[in-house]
Structures are given as structure tokens and as C-alpha cells.
Design a protein around this ligand. Structure first.
Ligand code: MN
Length: 374
């Protein structure tokens, strides 16, 4: 696929709906947040100039990769494209104004995909530290509006583990983000387990956020079709990562490890019967697990509503996984804040469940101070 075609399809798809009704218009004066529930949004992307500069540097290389094409689109947007990079780099201006308009109390911020995972080890390791320092600074300035997930560079698992310890214990960040695979490798491989050891030791949940698949198969991008990005490929790839963790026995080794998946669980809540059945019925060469795959899904995973403002699916997921395992997320600036806030405020579920979805579970999972505690 040529670059222009890719950009037209992937950037447009990724950013479809990002702006919504309030986007192109001037912003109204900030109102006080005052939605029905305290809303903590948990998959909210930001960038820092240093991350953008690194992508600018590698964007000049004659190399094509779907994540790099996505960033080429951010750096060199089409005339009518949404201002994604501007919104990613902004924390204290337009973002807080839109939060106020939407009644969103807090963003749990994370460095936007693919984070530091396309860079060489040294660059990735130091960039993660810079991003975490920056996050801690803005949280300190706005403790009621921001919390943050720490980045780390899986390229060097031992240093990643040290950064996790620093981010959780010194910077007091709220959990961890990883943008799925790193150089086509997944975290179930033993060499990455120092990351899980550090996450468990610091009680840090790991949000596995999508990125493009390492090598989109030709059948995903053939002819006029591009399914490799957020339209379909992201959820396949991130769901694959989660399944690798389950089936490889990671949760028998780390029974208290908590993994967070966006987009209502990347499809997995739909599959427990078939996965359990096939796991028991046939030998696939996997280790013998202590539990069924679906038990790990219920016990070790929390899912978020990012980019899935659909009450039917919300009801189903709360029924399938329990009301303590589904939490609110928007996916700003790729999704619309006002629509996402309304989605929770109009949820048909019982009030007690909505309180958990809106803020209760994320306060517990991400060590966020409840609103009524000063
Ligand atoms: Mn996202």
C-alpha cells in the first residue's frame, strides 16, 4: 500500500470521531465539572515534545511501518485532519477546558501509542524516564485532574523493572502502560518477567494498549481494504497479547498480577465458552494451567470502556466479568469526551454499578484518592 493511501485510511480511521461536535468550534468558557458521577477516564493519551522529536527523526528514514505511518500522519496532517498532535501535547489548556465541558473530573494519562517501543533501547529507556518525570510534574500541579500510567522500555527488561520501581515508589504514579508487542515480541516470554515482578512488587496494574501488529498480514491490507489499524487490527493484536499471557501460565507465576485491557476487553469477554472448551478438549502443547482460561480473565483482568460507547456491550461485559471489572475510559484525543461522559451518565445499569464503573474501581486499582478524602 502506498503511503498516501495508508494515511487516508489509517489516520482517518484512528481519528474518526475524535473531535465530535465541539471540536471545530471555539471552546466555551470553562464550566465546573458537575456530571452525575465522579468521572475518572483511564485511557487518555498525551505526548511530550521529546517523543514527537524522536518520531520526527525516524520519520525521515525511508522505512515504512504502520505505527510510523500513523505518526507521519500526526506530524504532517492532511489539511482537514483533526489536530491530534496539538491535543496530545496539550495538558493544561484545551484538555482541561474540554474536561470541564464534558464533566470529566480526571484523566489517567498515558504516553500515546506506540510509546517508546519503536526506539532503540537507550533512547526508549531515557525517554520513558523523561515522560514519567513530566507526568509526575503535571499531576503535582493538578492533583484532582490528572493521574498517570508510567512508561517503561521493554527493550531492556531489567532497567524497565528499575523504572517501574522509581515511577511507583518515588514519582507516585498510578500504574503502568505498555503498547502491546515490542519488536514483535510479547511479554509472556521469560526474559520480560522482571517487568511482572516489578509490577507485582509495586502493586501496579499494567494497561496493555494497542499498537499496530508487527507484520500486518497481506489479507488485512489487500486491495482497497485496510483492517490493520483501529478498525479491526488493534483489537486482534492486543487480544492476542492477553491470550498469550493467559495460556503461557503467566498468572500461575504471578497470581496477583492485574492487566487492564481497553475497548471492552478487546473482544475476549465474548469468547470464554469457546476458549475454555478448546483448551480442555485439545492439546495445544501449552503448560497445564491451574485454572481455566476464563477464570484468569475474570480474576486478573479489568477492562475499560474506551472507544466502546455502547450500552448493550457495557451490560453484557458487566454481566460476563462482574461489576468490579469494568471501568470508564474515553481514549482522548482519538474519541469524543462529551459523548463518552454522556455514555456513563446515561448508563442503564444500577447506580451502584455505575459508581464502580465511573470511578470506584479505578480509585482502588490505580491508587487514586477518592473525591471525599482530602
Ligand atoms: Mn488509546
Amino acid at each position: 500500500m502506498n503511503r498516501r493511501r495508508f494515511l487516508e485510511s489509517s489516520t482517518a480511521l484512528l481519528s474518526a470521531g475524535a473531535l465530535g461536535a465541539h471540536a471545530a468550534t471555539g471552546l466555551k468558557p470553562a464550566a465546573k465539572p458537575g456530571g452525575k458521577y465522579r468521572l475518572i477516564a483511564t485511557e487518555e493519551a498525551f505526548s511530550i515534545p521529546e517523543q514527537a522529536d524522536e518520531f520526527r527523526r525516524i520519520a525521515k528514514i525511508a522505512y515504512s511501518n504502520p505505527d510510523l505511518e500513523m505518526w507521519r500522519g500526526f506530524l504532517d496532517p492532511a489539511p482537514n485532519a483533526p489536530p491530534l498532535l496539538r491535543r496530545l501535547l496539550d495538558l493544561e489548556g484545551e484538555r482541561i477546558q474540554i474536561m470541564d465541558q464534558a464533566g470529566v473530573d480526571m484523566h489517567l494519562l498515558s504516553l500515546t501509542s506506540p510509546g517508546v517501543q519503536m526506539f532503540d533501547t537507550e533512547t526508549a529507556t531515557s525517554l520513558a524516564m523523561i515522560a514519567n518525570d513530566r507526568l509526575a510534574e503535571v499531576i503535582q500541579k493538578h492533583p484532582k485532574r490528572f493521574a498517570g500510567l508510567a512508561s517503561f522500555a521493554p527493550q531492556d527488561p531489567k532497567r524497565a523493572a528499575r523504572e517501574i520501581d522509581r515511577a511507583m515508589n518515588q514519582l507516585k504514579l498510578n500504574g503502568l502502560i505498555v503498547n502491546s508487542h515490542t519488536n514483535a515480541e510479547y511479554l509472556d516470554e521469560g526474559k520480560y518477567w522482571p517487568i511482572f515482578e516489578a509490577a507485582v512488587a509495586t502493586n501496579a496494574a499494567i494497561y496493555i494498549h494497542p499498537r499496530n501488529m508487527p507484520d500486518p498480514c497481506s489479507f488485512m491490507t489487500r486491495a482497497a481494504v485496510n483492517l490493520a489499524g483501529a478498525l479491526w487490527g488493534f483489537q486482534m493484536e492486543t487480544g492476542l497479547h492477553a491470550m498469550r499471557l493467559i495460556v503461557s501460565g503467566v498468572f500461575d507465576q504471578f497470581p496477583t498480577l492485574k492487566i487492564v485491557l481497553g475497548h471492552m476487553g478487546e473482544g475476549l469477554p465474548f469468547w470464554p465458552y469457546r476458549i475454555d472448551y478448546m483448551y480442555k478438549a485439545y492439546t495445544h502443547g501449552h503448560p497445564n494451567l491451574k485454572k481455566t482460561p476464563s477464570e484468569y480473565l475474570k480474576e486478573n483482568f479489568v477492562i475499560t470502556t474506551s472507544g466502546m460507547n455502547d450500552h448493550k456491550v457495557l451490560k453484557y461485559c458487566v454481566d460476563a466479568l462482574g461489576p468490579d471489572n469494568v471501568i470508564f475510559a474515553i481514549d482522548y484525543p482519538y474519541q469524543d469526551m462529551v459523548e463518552s461522559a454522556n455514555f456513563v451518565n446515561t448508563s442503564p445499569l444500577p447506580e451502584a454499578d455505575n459508581e464502580k464503573i465511573a470511578h470506584g474501581t479505578s480509585e482502588r486499582l490505580f491508587h487514586i484518592r477518592p473525591a471525599d478524602v482530602s
